[in-house]
Design a protein. Structure first.
Lengths: 831, 167
């Protein structure tokens, strides 16, 4: 049903239920807003969107429309101005946005909003991109009738946490920030306190403003009341240049804009001053998480490698590129097919492609360190082109299994939460409670490490193999299975929590078969999404790298030389150093002198993502482009170029000139990427809501996407029939199954070298169920000793009722060298 | 040509030899400039010694020659440079670029940057033409303290001086 109305004399037809502001906006008329935000429900708090509304008059007795002398419907204008953001359009209305009365009304509201505003635009971080400034220029009056002496004085610098600062005087009480936290994030950690002119924003959490999405409030705040610790007094917005990028921290692939400016501390060269969201309604809308926003300082760390190093007389010493590459080439040449290349999904497609080609030419293997299976299944059963979590509705279902999206892929979590609130059936299957449970219609709990059993149960109940009957499962599983059966579209997110490599392989297969059982493989919003440990793990699979199922030590057995790029296996597990020490040549390419690099014969300095052009392939298999934002650190080179330079010395022809040329080769060689080009990835189309236009208010300070929405790859379809795999046995016996769980703020090299989030890095501790603590006879505070495989470790512990019985949790990457779930014996530590 | 005219001209020359000369023997003698002369900039201070500049970069934005570069940082009560929260941690003017238009002075919300009367700017090297914060800042006044200074909490929490109601 659509409604036709007249706005400032022009007719416009919009769907029924459209808000008047949005209708006007679609027609190209700006109704100014402060509190309204197209991503949130209207509240009508600021009253700046005043318009005159005329409605067709009706005869009270008959209900007939009244006509004027000329036979047109008689339009009656009410005595008062009305707020366009709270009113939905009506048939035949006549709306006046630019009438004298409406303009006057808005002028008075702006004048009123400014009565206690400090007007310290010169030192305000928002100054220059501030909706209040813009609207005052456009709709305010030049003079105020209020007295300066009546201004209220409030705190100018109030830290809501260590990341977000509040200026209480600047706040215009629009409640966008509190509504964002409440409605969109579901973390109501900030709120209003007091009333009237004394109203203030306060935080209820400890640590303050404890939310993974807090930075977004500074974007949507229509004034400079909320500022980030990162950009506080960092630069004036008009001085910034911007470059498009992609977040390198998780498989969501949020679109970013890096704002840069030259800085004295960097000898007048550009530095990244802030990271902002760039609109991509299919990926991250206009949001990013705090990790993506605040963890970029590592790229400027003084510990970055600035020159190659080679080992001479047992010591790593600085060397020229020529010397280092020659030495590395000799090592690889000597090893030939006994060389292994090892890389992680931290690399871009161009790097991975070159590495894979080099290893293929040598006859060696290219190994992916991210130990999770399923990349090849995603190529066949991945989500179809056009899949968009933002378009999920009542008839769709989403299954999230063995993953904690809030920690592993925050923006997926956010968008699934909102999908669930729109009526999408959300099924969360995990061994423990996760934050997505609150929004799930079906919660499936399985025993520690039994994700595959649960998935096979779902498969069986959806018409799988009769042999699967033993996995039938409980009531919750059955109703979840029914929901999957009923739903039109089913998207499945699978992770690796509680599983080893074989487990993830079995889980990926079971999930692929569930997708197949629906018969809609390749359709949009149907298919698999892997919750990969890294941003470009999918790209690594696509480029042809594969994990070694039996672990790295197996891959290294018999190897003579290893070329390790963007991975630190020794840092992850110091006990894994032995096979690396045995190699005759170890080449490590990274940003930092990692623990693995310290063992190396040749160390090659690579560039950080802010300095790079390249592409990432997201978990939803969208290939997206990164553009260089700042000049490269002197002495470093992009990974693909280092690999190509090395290849030349081995007489292997690889592209060494420019990233787009490497991508051309990818587009000629890699099946799903055939024919793609950087230009395709840079294509854009109009998005709603419009952000970053002349009217800054809609999306706040999020950037419009002018540099590319990326291209989602089409899955190849089912093809060869797939067989389910029996779950690997995981029995802890008397022991506890120690399960590493991914946390957003881990001790990875990115976070360790960034100062802002330091205080929020998850501490290394064993998380035990209170009953377990009691059973083990542990005292309140203290340490435990855990032992497995002849190793032991002393750890602090904490209690949580979310820990499933028979297991214990430990944050992944917090310092315990354990990546697979492992049975451990826990003992009181006798110190 | 009339020889009389020639003589008259010579007489003028002769008479001028007894007038007071209008030329100044620069650099021994310096001619005073007008009050509103626009010479080299100075960054001013308040009477208590605090810097007026709040690092807002508006001067840099106004400058048609892109001669000014400002970076700012946050004041604390232990280390205060200017009133309010923000001060200029870097302030540079490239005098080779400056056209002495005075727009920076117009743009400044705190009257911190003022084009003063010094016009003796010559350089033998491009780098010397860049005047830094320390070169531009005037010394602390007699009863003021130098910056950074330690101040009482909430004593100077506003960047823009309080204004009275317009009469
Ligand atoms: S802090 Fe900003 S977003 Fe929050 S209520 Fe105040 S003005 Fe609105
Ligand atoms: S959700 Fe993932 S991709 Fe997006 S900003 Fe956060 S870490 Fe980066
Ligand atoms: S006087 Fe004019 S040209 Fe010189 S610094 Fe100021 S604004 Fe720039
Ligand atoms: S001199 Fe004035 S305009 Fe320039 S940064 Fe300082 S306060 Fe701002
Ligand atoms: S009342 Fe409509 S935008 Fe605030």
């Amino acid at each position: 049903m659509s409604v036709t109305l007249t706005i400032d004399g022009t007719e416009v037809t919009v769907p029924e239920g459209t808000l008047l502001v949005d209708a006007a906006k679609r027609r190209g008329t700006d109704v100014p807003v402060f509190c309204y935000h197209p991503k949130m429900k209207p509240v009508g708090m600021c009253r700046v969107c005043l318009v005159e509304i005329g409605r067709p008059a009706r005869d009270r007795a008959t209900g007939e429309s009244l006509l004027d002398e000329s036979g047109d419907p008689l339009i009656q204008f009410g005595p008062n101005l009305e707020t366009a953001c709270t009113i939905t359009v009506g048939q035949g209305w006549q709306v006046r946005v630019s009438s004298e009365k409406a303009i006057q009304g808005r002028k008075e509201i702006v004048e009123y909003l400014l009565t206690s505003h400090p007007l310290d635009c010169p030192i305000c971080d928002k100054g220059g991109e501030c909706p209040l400034q813009d609207l005052t220029m456009g709709h305010g009056s030049g003079e105020s009738r209020f007295l300066f002496d009546d201004k209220i004085r409030l705190a100018k610098r109030y830290p809501l946490g260590e990341l977000i600062f509040l200026d209480r005087e600047r706040c215009i009480q629009c409640a966008r920030c509190t509504r964002f936290q409440d409605e969109i994030v579901g973390d109501p950690v900030i709120g209003f306190y007091e009333r009237g002119r004394r109203l203030e924003i306060v935080t209820y959490s400890d640590p303050g403003f404890d939310s993974y999405f807090s930075g977004n409030t500074t974007d949507i705040c229509p004034v400079g009341a909320l500022t980030t610790a990162d950009f506080r007094f960092g630069a004036r917005p008009w001085e910034l240049n911007s470059a498009a990028s992609i977040c390198p921290h998780c498989p969501v692939g949020c679109n970013l804009t890096l704002s840069t400016r030259r800085e004295a501390s960097n000898a007048g060269r550009d530095v990244v001053k802030r990271v902002m969201p760039r609109q991509n309604e299919q990926v991250n809308e206009i949001w990013i998480c705090d990790k993506g926003r605040f963890v970029h300082h590592y790229a400027r760390s003084p510990e970055r490698l600035t020159s190659p190093r080679v080992r001479k007389n047992g010591k790593l010493v600085k060397a020229s590129w020529n010397e280092a590459l020659t030495r590395a080439a000799e090592g690889l040449k000597g090893a030939a097919s006994s060389a292994v290349g090892i890389a992680s999904g931290r690399l871009m497609n161009e790097d991975l492609f070159n590495l894979k080609e080099l290893m293929a030419a040598l006859g060696g293997r290219a190994i992916l360190v991210d130990s999770m299976a399923g990349g090849n299944l995603i190529q066949r059963y991945g989500v179809g082109v056009g899949s968009n979590l933002g378009s999920l509705g009542k008839r769709d279902a989403v299954l999230v299994i063995a993953a904690d999206l809030h920690e592993e892929a925050p923006i997926w979590w956010l968008r699934l939460k909102q999908a669930a609130e729109r009526g999408t059936t959300l099924i969360v299957a995990n061994a423990r409670a996760t934050r997505l449970d609150d929004y799930a219609k079906h919660r499936v709990r399985y025993g520690p490490g039994e994700a595959v059993q649960a998935a096979l149960g779902l498969l069986h109940l959806n018409g799988g193999d009769p042999e699967l009957a033993r996995f039938e499962g409980d009531r919750a599983l059955k109703s979840a299975a029914r929901a999957i059966k009923r739903a039109r579209n089913v998207t499945i997110f699978f992770g690796q929590e509680g599983l080893n490599y074989a487990g993830t392989e079995a889980l990926a297969r079971a999930c692929a078969l569930i997708t197949e059982s629906k018969g809609r493989v390749g359709k949009s919003n149907n298919g698999l999404v892997a919750v990969w440990p890294r941003a470009n793990t999918q790209g690594a699979w696509d480029m042809g790298l594969r994990p070694e199922p039996a672990g790295l030590h197996r891959a290294l057995a018999g190897a003579v030389a290893a070329y390790i790029v963007a991975a630190d296996p020794v840092g992850d597990d110091p006990a894994a150093a032995a096979p690396f020490e045995k190699l005759s040549t170890l080449i490590v390419q990274d940003l930092f002198l990692t623990a693995t690099a310290e063992l190396a014969d040749v160390v090659l300095p690579a560039q950080a993502f802010v300095e790079r052009a390249g592409t990432f392939t997201s978990g939803e298999r969208r290939v997206q482009r990164l553009y260089p934002a700042v000049g490269a650190l002197a002495g470093s080179l992009p990974d693909w170029k280092i690999v190509a330079n090395l290849a030349h010395r081995l007489e292997v022809d690889l592209e060494d000139k420019a990233a787009p040329l490497v991508f051309e080769r990818i587009a000629a060689a890699v099946p799903d990427y055939l024919g793609l080009s950087y230009d395709d990835l840079a294509a854009v189309e109009p998005q709603w809501p419009e952000v970053g236009g002349a009217d800054l208010y809609f999306g706040g300070t999020a950037y419009a996407n002018k540099q590319g929405l990326g291209v989602q790859l089409a899955p190849r379809g089912a093809g060869r029939p797939l067989k389910w795999k029996a779950p690997p046995r995981a029995s802890a016996g008397k022991d506890l199954l120690l399960t590493p769980v991914t946390v957003l703020y881990d001790r990875g090299s990115a976070l360790r070298h960034s100062r802002l989030l330091e205080g929020r890095i998850a501490p290394l501790q064993l998380i035990l169920h209170p009953d377990e603590i009691e059973r083990l006879g542990l005292s309140e505070a203290g340490e435990v000793e855990i032992s497995w495989d002849g190793r032991s470790e002393r750890l602090k512990f904490a209690a949580s009722t979310d820990v499933p019985p028979g297991s214990a949790l430990v944050p992944r990457g917090a310092g315990l060298a354990l990546s697979d779930p492992t049975p451990v014996t826990v003992r009181r530590s006798n110190s | 040509m009339n020889p009389l005219e020639l003589l008259r001209g010579l007489a003028t020359t002769l008479s001028m030899m007894f007038e007071r000369p209008v030329t100044y023997q620069y650099p021994e003698i310096k001619r005073p400039v007008r009050e509103r002369f626009k010479g080299r900039h100075e960054l001013k201070r308040y009477d208590n010694g605090l810097e007026k500049c709040i690092g807002c970069s508006l001067c840099a934005a106004a400058c048609p020659a892109d001669a000014i570069f400002v970076e700012s940082a946050e004041n604390t009560d232990e280390e205060r440079y200017s009133p309010g929260e923000r001060y200029a941690s870097t302030y540079e003017i490239n005098m080779l670029r400056c056209i002495f238009c005075g727009y920076c002075e117009d743009a400044c919300p705190t009257e911190a940057i003022v084009l003063e009367h010094n016009y003796e700017l010559s350089f033998t090297n491009r780098r010397d033409a860049i005047y830094t914060r320390d070169m531009l800042l005037v010394p602390a006044p007699e009863h003021g303290r130098p910056t950074p200074m330690v101040t009482a909490p909430r004593e100077f929490d506003r960047s823009i001086p309080e204004m009275a109601d317009p009469q």
